[in-house]
Design a protein around this ligand. Sequence first.
Ligand SMILES: [Zn+2]
Length: 405
Amino acid sequence: MANVTTIEATGNRNLQLLARELADASLDHERSTWMSMYVDLDPMEFATVPDRAACIASALDEAARTAPDSSWGELLADLRRAFALGHHDIDGARGLLVYSSDPAEATIVKLPCVVDQHVAFDSSVHVRPLVEALPGDRWCVLLVNRRSTRILLGDSGAFEELTRFTDDVEGQHSMGGWSQARFERNIEEQAQRHIRETLALVEQLHQGGQWQHLLVAAPDELHAYIQGSMPDQSKRDFVRWISCDVENAETSEIVARAKECITAYERDGMLRALSILEQNAGQNRRAALGIDATLRALNEQRVDTVLIAEGFRRPGAICDHGDWLAPGSSACPVHGRRMRPAADVVEAAIESAVRAGSKIVTVLRHEEGDMGLDSREFQRLTDMGQIAAITRFELDDTAVPDAWE
Ligand SMILES: [Zn+2]
């Protein structure tokens, strides 16, 4: 029986670390073959136990079909048997990654994000499906009025309500012989205290790394006070107001509103990167267009952001040490060795970008819900060679200025 370990990756930071570890792991095991098997368990599509079992069977079938030799047969049969018997706990997973560099063992990663099915036997663990599925930054949704607070935390994948509380602001029973004016002032003070305490809690979560972007729902007349009382760090990462009934809105309604905002924000980020790339390319600086130039920039470790058209793949060559990528077979200038062919050098490019900590932006072919024409952004990137990079500096930047000569 193969030795199979199940681990759970939660939260964006952990997933990014996982991608980084996998990209590094391939370098440590030169020349060995890695199996990567991604299983799509999207609960919106595959809700029942038989549905999920069919997804796993489909990925295992693909692995059995594409395995490079018979040494993988036993591991795949073991996995098939164990999944069928429910031996591996995959409850709550929206996707799975099963990887292995040795048919005697395998690791199953429970993923909190939905991934496309993808099976590969290659010289590295494929990280592209994981990178493309990363849920992005964490968001805080704050709903607050004079007496009630609700705080939700999450990302483009999932949200949860962290807390919900109501302060007794009205104070009906303590009115005593107060004048109406004093009573109203007292309510105001209590409401302000409630809001300030709420904002302090939200800031505390921010400092603790629980969120990076903020959405707030509140009655219009409180906007100015909230903005004025918000700690500077929270204010910096405040994105926008949303309209939701603070006390009565269903969680599902709030989450739907938040996800619209996140989609728009992430799309803006992609458009910004595309604009910077076009601007740089126009000025002939800090841009690498097309596979040749992008691989060169990655080899030289000067990539800030790499943009990749969805689905773009290209054969190429990789040095056995994983440190040099090229569009065609040639020799690695570091090791002087002939490089081996790679079925998809774009996968290797993404691993290299993950190792270097570069930002990776996938430009989708279609807008959500629109399966017709290619999106304008996809077309713009296609015009620049389907893969391109915003670079940190030019090699020429190191030239000595004229005045020094
Ligand atoms: Zn090399």
